[in-house]
Design a protein around this ligand. Sequence first.
Ligand SMILES: NC(=O)c1ccc[n+]([C@@H]2O[C@H](COP(=O)([O-])OP(=O)(O)OC[C@H]3O[C@@H](n4cnc5c(N)ncnc54)[C@H](O)[C@@H]3O)[C@@H](O)[C@H]2O)c1
Length: 379
Amino acid sequence: MPVGTVLVTGGTGYIGSFTTLALLDAGYDVVIVDSLYNSSKVALDRIELLAGRRPDFYQIDITDEKALDEVFAKHPAIDSVIHFAALKASFAPHSFSAVGESSVIPLEYYRVNVGGSIALLQSMSRNNVTNIVFSSSATVYGDATRFPNMIPIPEHCPIGPTNTYGRTKSMIEDVISDYINAQRNNLEKEGKPFQQWNGALLRYFNPCGAHPSGIMGEDPQGIPFNLLPLLGQVATGQREKLLVYGEDYPSRDGTAIRDYIHVVDLARGHLVALNYLRANQPGVKAWNLGSGRGSTVFEIIKAFSAVVGRDLKYEVVARRAGDVLDLTANPTLANTELNWKTELTMEKACEDLWRWVSNNPQGYRQEPPAELLAAVKKA
Ligand SMILES: NC(=O)c1ccc[n+]([C@@H]2O[C@H](COP(=O)([O-])OP(=O)(O)OC[C@H]3O[C@@H](n4cnc5c(N)ncnc54)[C@H](O)[C@@H]3O)[C@@H](O)[C@H]2O)c1
């Protein structure tokens, strides 16, 4: 018997595929819905190779309530959803400057991210699926240095996103909170059980790294927005140099500070948050998922160059609109309440990322080297 059955939206994407693996390894059954807008079905093969089990998969759009209803009807054992499906921060195609896509096509971000989340909640409601774990982001905090004593950032830091993408995340947090609270209050007033309705808002810091086997990792379809995937492309020769956005921040070396979290740790964070919701029925709770350690852009370039074994070319350019000085987590709440903390370092993430990109420069559009596959099959 499975521990439970979970619907994972966006489950063929980067973080979704690692979370699916963690869920399968923990004994859950997993049903994935994804439009494949920014991912590939090959992720399912890799999950199966590593977990020994394949999740069910439906290619549907998150805004399609009817299609979601059909999936829930087909899988009545689903009692929880982990919700990743979204347009994530990326560069605007054809843009000559560092413009985030969400500021160029905001309506599309609101339609897919906010509209898709509402469609999902409507369908969950109709099908009595009562737990939701949501992919939020540290970007909801915006510039936490605008307040005294908010770095590292605790969950009670006021929300104040600085771009459209971040605003979609904070809006969805509000939609989920209002909805779960209303469900609980309405049912309680009617004298009915209400504690089954729960939500986790997981605010991730900077996810990075790949599976240590070297056969599963991030496979960006467009131009990546994040530092490490871009550095990976410089190391494999797909990109000439890294652009460093701003060397005039008031940090120890002038570049922006971020908290890098290994995707395997992050995936485990979803598993423990889901287990917590199911065991403790707390209503809605927000948790930071970060390491508590901040690294500058130059420190990351140095760490990744050390793994690659040569200096990687970069050029300092102007700051990127919407970027902030420091997003470092205070992860105490997740450490104590969820009994979760990061176990893998940023250096380990660099090592695993390099194993992934150097062996699979075409991502999922190529077969991984036979010796890596053989090692997985033997394990
Ligand atoms: N990677 C990060 O740095 C980061 C940081 C904080 C939060 N997040 C959030 O985590 C989630 C997953 O991010 P990721 O890095 O794995 O990105 P990803 O693009 O790899 O995963 C998102 C998945 O959602 C799917 N999707 C997009 N639009 C869809 C739609 N309309 N219907 C159905 N599926 C759709 C994509 O095909 C993709 O598989 C996203 O919500 C993202 O905003 C990511």
